[in-house]
Ligand binder design. Structure first.
Ligand code: UDX
Length: 443
């Protein structure tokens, strides 16, 4: 199969690289000449484990190439994937589809024969119909079909998620187009690693939003249960285990933490609410989730202040982990932003360490001392706060930490440190959703 991938962001680049690894012939197109130049030098514009190696080997095999020239890239393609950004529109939270429609117009004008246009970007219900209208307007006779194929990969585990997904969803109204999609995903169905679910196009578009919203609800639910655990002396990790063993609930996405962030959940829940509003069908559970998650991030800042005795003016806080989750350099809607602002607003000085996110963090965080190691960040600080659960924070030398800290207080917003371990090392530990016995003495 010949595939053109429009957009080399997270989804586009990972999908393009994985499709070429399946044996397809893939051209990735992006308007950003600097990005394409870097990709020609095998420099990835994003941090994703394993991606540089995957790109290099497929470029070497002659199956993967990069260009800024869309018309050239889509020539002879069986399928053209649109994987451009759909940011939240300033002001109203609707998904901004201008990049999707601009790409669609260019693709339709440039295609030289029948092809399938596939929307991989997360797009609101009805976007496929709009793209079809563009086809009808510009080139009704070329035999171009439009399908929806939402992507469910997670940052940091993107390649594994793409190659071994729980399912592939294809929304198609045309049998020939469905066949092209079947051929593209054949490597997945061959080793029976993933079912390909065919649905109507609008249904596929909604599946993506409903999946993300459901996961956001699940996380927010356990976060609120965590708050209750703290009040009643229960342990949220055991509650998660206990409810997760019920297959109807499932054990994943029940880790309580400082609130979800990232490029998808915050944006997609808002866009879904807009669609719901427009159709006069309010989704009140999703509305509550968005509100609860928004207020949780600053609440986590206040939790740190409380752990430090209620007063942080003139004190220093060491933050470990800035990105919205590990194994990415992505700072979009990261809880660290609101947590750090809350601490600074209360007069604290913030020192921070993150393995990959510092460059991005510098753009959104002001007056933070960025450090080269967790120990440097902790030097002279009055509290150590784990915000993102990078693996390298799981085996900190707590003895060394204690020696450099002003006070041995660990606020673990991801519950990666068992209470006994912290206690043995002489730390007061505050976790999420834990019984109060591990609370520290007042400052
Ligand atoms: C998510 C979806 O998982 C993916 O299917 C979709 O395509 C894009 O959005 P991503 O944003 O990369 O992927 O990260 P994910 O691992 O889902 O985490 C999202 C946020 O939820 C992070 O801030 C994470 O810390 C938080 N989270 C996740 C929790 O707080 N607890 C959990 O149990 C799981």
């Amino acid at each position: 199969m010949r595939i053109a991938m429009i957009g080399t962001g997270y989804v586009g680049l990972v999908s393009g690289a994985c499709f070429s690894d399946f044996g397809h012939d893939v051209v990735c197109v992006d308007k950003d000449a600097r990005k394409i130049e870097l990709l020609h030098q095998n420099v990835m514009p994003i941090y994703e484990p394993g991606l540089a190696e995957l790109v290099a080997s497929n470029v070497k095999a002659g199956r993967l190439s990069f260009t800024t020239d869309l018309a050239e890239g889509v020539k002879g393609a069986d399928a053209v994937f649109i994987a451009v950004g759909t940011p939240s529109r300033r002001g109203d939270g609707h998904a901004d589809l201008s990049y999707v429609f601009a790409a669609a117009e260019e693709i339709v004008a440039a295609l030289d024969g029948p092809a399938v246009i596939v929307t991989k970007s997360t797009v609101p219900v009805g976007t496929g119909d709009e793209v079809e209208r563009i086809v009808e307007r510009i080139a009704p006779a070329k035999g171009i079909k439009v399908v929806s194929n939402p992507e469910f990969l997670r940052e940091g585990a993107a390649i594994a998620d793409f190659k071994r997904p729980d399912r592939v969803v294809v929304g198609s109204e045309d049998e020939n187009a469905s066949q092209v999609m079947r051929d593209i995903y054949r490597p997945l169905s061959l080793n029976q690693s993933a079912p390909v679910l065919f649905t109507g196009r609008r249904t596929a578009e909604l599946i993506k939003y409903a999946a993300n919203a459901f996961l956001a609800v699940k996380i927010t639910f356990i976060n609120e249960i965590a708050d209750l655990c703290e009040q009643v002396g229960a342990d949220v990790q055991e509650v998660s285990r206990g409810i997760g063993m019920d297959n109807r609930i499932g054990r994943k996405f029940l880790n309580a933490g400082p609130g979800y962030g990232g490029s998808c959940f915050p944006k997609d829940t808002l866009a879904l609410l807009k669609t719901a509003d427009d159709n006069e069908t309010p989704l009140r559970i999703v509305e509550a989730t968005v509100q609860v998650n928004d207020s949780r991030k600053r609440a986590m800042g206040r939790k740190v202040i409380k752990a430090m005795g209620g007063e942080v003016r003139g004190k220093t806080v060491a933050i470990l982990g800035l990105t919205f989750k590990p194994n990415t350099d992505d700072m979009r809607d990261a809880p660290s932003i609101a947590i750090i602002q809350t601490l600074q607003d209360a007069g604290a000085t913030v020192r921070a360490y993150d393995p990959e996110g510092v460059e991005q963090a510098k753009r959104v965080l002001k007056d933070v001392a960025f450090c080269a190691s967790p120990y440097e960040a902790a030097d002279g600080a009055d509290a150590l706060v784990i915000v993102t659960e990078w693996d390298e924070f799981r085996a900190l030398d707590l003895g060394r930490m204690k020696a450099v800290l002003n006070r041995p207080l660990l606020v673990d917003l991801r519950n990666i440190y068992p209470a006994e371990e912290a206690k043995r090392a002489g730390f007061a530990l505050i976790g999420i959703g834990k019984p109060a016995e591990s609370a520290p003495a007042a400052a």
